[in-house]
Design a protein around this ligand. Sequence first.
Ligand code: URA
Length: 433
Amino acid sequence: MRMVDLIEKKRDGGMLTSAEIRFIIQGYVEGQIPDYQMSAWAMAVFFRGMETAEIAELTLAMAESGEQLDLSGLDGRFVDKHSTGGVGDKTTLLLSPMVAACGVPIAKMSGRGLGHTGGTIDKLSSIPGFKVELEREEFLRQVKDVGIAVISQSGNIVPADKKLYALRDVTGTVPSIPLIASSVMSKKIAAGAQGIVLDVKFGSGAFMATLEDARTLAQTMVGIGKTLGRDTIAVLSAMDQPLGKAIGNSLEVLEVLEALQGKGPQDLVELCLELGAWMLVAGRKVQNTQEGRQRLQETLENGQALAKFREFVKAQGGDLNALEQKSLPVAPLRSSYLAPSAGYIRSIDARKVGRLAMILGAGRVTQESEIDLGAGVYLNKKQGDWVEAGEPVLELYTSSEGKKAEGLALAQEAVLLGHEKPGFIPLIEEVIS
Ligand code: URA
């Protein structure tokens, strides 16, 4: 087989066979196929697309390019959740103890944040002492004993994706549905998931700006999951404004603690109930999502989810006293963005708030950037709320005077006021299964 023939085949709209896809992925990972040929192939895929069978094959070839987790020794079905990324999205932190308290084990590998979206691993790192890396045996033992372990994604999992994603990033081939879908699903398959619940976001702060694109991505991923024999469900959720009220690593952990005590923001709790209910269905713990939601709600009311979270943090070396006393790092310079006039909050643009939090120090501009775990933004108001002139809408946290001034200018761009109350925008648009 020659790579040039396969590039031409895809360029001309042909369908690649399983052997051809494996030749491409294996050859690329082993260094026999150079970046320039892989770039041409990725661009051909970008323009010509792929059939579901091809994408499933690509997913499998990528999943098998490195180490794969074998979770068959765990009690119960292992269900993983994936979010396509958003602003203020701390669902993994809240959802995991709720679901684990209902008996579905969570063995999760998560990422760090990049650009305007946050990452679970950075959020957990804001808890003093919390270890985001565990040896394989330690990780599995903790899942067995505690029911939850969350670690940083190991470099040996799906090396094909690592290499291909870096190439796509510099060749204009990131926004290709077959390439995104195979990238996401290969990591879930390699992590040993038997059930997969996908939170596919759409809106200004999401990877997919429109509902149509998000739906196509969701349908493609559900199709791959089904082809590969995994229970796969996708929930389409809005990401036009940040999720919850806190954006920034330690601020989000503090918000999760509030939520675990039954005082969480309504949108965050609602999304966790929906995603969690599907996880319980996929984990065969409940018959339907109604029953699942009820079980999950109980874990918030009876303290089981909070107890599970504490157990998990302690098992990974986190300082429970710091957590209890809410003494996580919070950036020292605080300023408020005040409403210039009275009115309704028409919108709080998620992408702009994500960028604002990043400028304040909460996010990475490049993969190597250092982040300020205590920096971020707190929303006193959400879309549809009334605000008086001079009332604080956003609280900004940073460690740098220069960033403080820049942040206030950006805050002004993120918030839009109006005289009319905006219409209700549903958080959850639809479920694809
Ligand atoms: N997230 C991923 O994991 N992969 C992509 O290609 C895009 C978003």
